[in-house]
Write a new protein. Structure first.
Length: 411
């Protein structure tokens, strides 16, 4: 077990850096643009323009992740996992560096360029997962994949903590809102070095294969030709849109309604990651032994919606922290059970294909939820959370009522 952990550790670090960057940025973007912040815009910047920049900062990452995931996956099949992961870490170094530099020179477009590049390099996560699958045996695969899910949860915790600690001048006078991005860039360098020296190539390179830049779009065309995958993609899209709204707007509410700074907002995001890990380690195995996967999935979708509803009507910030336990715990169980159902929709020869659809669905959902932030002036944060509530509950009902369709059938 110890040797196995050491062999996989470069992949763990790659995923932590990837997810850490994802969790780090949301509270920082909120601090830069929401409310009356003057960190990136002048005091007289109208609210609708602030909301536009905030929404753009949210959606650029998943938009570029949508194309980057498939592109880097193809690249790893042709040139190998190790080399692709090193390129990803190099891209993250540049992306995080651009974001820090953009804040330093107060250039929104340099900041956004860095955000887009880190999204493009987010394909390191499926490449790392593929490397772990390559190194796993049938007996160790499930254990290794569950360990990877836990590592992802830890990345969600670490990222906001870095953002909260390294942006707080009360801890050290030189810390500013740009410092966390430089720290993330340094950690990306460390991860790249560890991958170079610590990871052996796990994949035999394929000759004759070509990069297909339109593969993400083709995945969805293929998905809609398969009944079970089509239905699961639709309901999972609804869940991810719902939680995407929650993840983005909970920080926005804490900033604008309760005066939270980047540090406390980062701690809140880390708090969500802690409940991800607790639910994944303690509750999910318990439910998995007693209930069918479709039942777990449907109820957790509905419970996620309830968590969003309670957050929308919470009269104070303390209750938002309490209701986060429901929203985060239910969502990670919904997420994990959805992976299994996606897998059940295809035979063994199409597992890579169906996991590609799973990852692309996440990216599309977060693009849409990021774009919906631009509707804040019309609906307000509470109104958008109510939309998320409806999406999640309807998705849960659909999973429960269509459960017989979520199994592989030759078509």
């Amino acid at each position: 077990m110890k040797n196995s952990f050491w062999k996989l550790s470069p992949c763990f670090l790659a995923i932590i850096v990837d997810v850490m960057g994802f969790g780090l940025v949301y509270p920082m973007m909120t601090a830069l643009f929401a409310g009356d912040s003057t960190l990136m815009v002048s005091a007289d910047t109208p609210m609708h323009l602030r909301d536009f920049y905030l929404g753009l900062g949210y959606l650029l990452y998943p938009l570029f992740m949508f194309f980057g995931g498939a592109f880097l996956g193809d690249l790893s099949d042709i040139y190998g996992r190790k080399g692709t992961l090193i390129w990803c870490m190099g891209g993250l170094v540049i992306g995080f560096g651009l974001m820090g530099f953009g804040i330093m020179v107060r250039s929104i477009w340099v900041l956004m360029a860095g955000r887009a590049l880190t999204g493009l390099m987010a394909g390191s996560q499926p490449v790392a997962l593929a490397a772990v699958a390559d190194m796993s045996t049938p007996e160790t695969k499930a254990r290794n994949m569950s360990l990877m899910s836990f590592i992802i949860s830890m990345g969600v915790v670490i990222g906001p903590l870095i953002g909260g600690v390294f942006s707080d001048p009360r801890i050290f006078s030189k810390f500013t809102v740009k410092t966390p991005f430089y720290v993330a860039a340094i950690l990306s360098v460390v991860a790249g070095i560890w991958i170079y020296f610590g990871l052996r190539e796990t994949h035999q390179r394929l000759k004759g294969n070509k990069i297909d830049f339109f593969r993400p779009l083709k995945l969805f065309v293929e998905a809609f030709a398969h009944r079970g995958v089509r239905l699961m993609a639709v309901v999972f899209l609804m869940l991810q849109m719902s939680f995407g709204l929650y993840f983005q707007l909970s920080s926005y509410i804490l900033k604008t309604q309760f005066g939270y700074g980047s540090g406390p907002m980062g701690l809140f995001t880390a708090y969500l990651g802690i409940w991800f890990a607790i639910a994944l380690l303690l509750l999910y195995p318990l439910f998995d032994k007693r209930l069918k996967i479709e039942t777990i999935c449907g109820f957790s979708y509905i419970l996620t919606g309830i968590g969003l509803f309670l957050t929308a009507i919470a009269p104070n910030d303390k209750l938002i922290w309490v209701f986060a336990i429901i929203a985060a715990g239910a969502d990670i169980i919904a997420y994990s059970s959805s992976i299994t159902i996606f897998s059940n929709c295809a035979d063994d020869s199409k597992q890579g294909w169906v996991m590609g659809i799973f990852a692309s669905t996440i990216a599309v959902a977060w693009v849409i939820s990021g774009a919906l932030v631009n509707l804040l002036p019309e609906f307000g944060a509470d109104g958008l959370l109510m939309i998320g509530t409806a999406l999640s509950i309807i998705a849960g009902i659909l999973v429960m009522s269509l459960r017989s369709h979520f199994h592989f059938q030759s078509e």
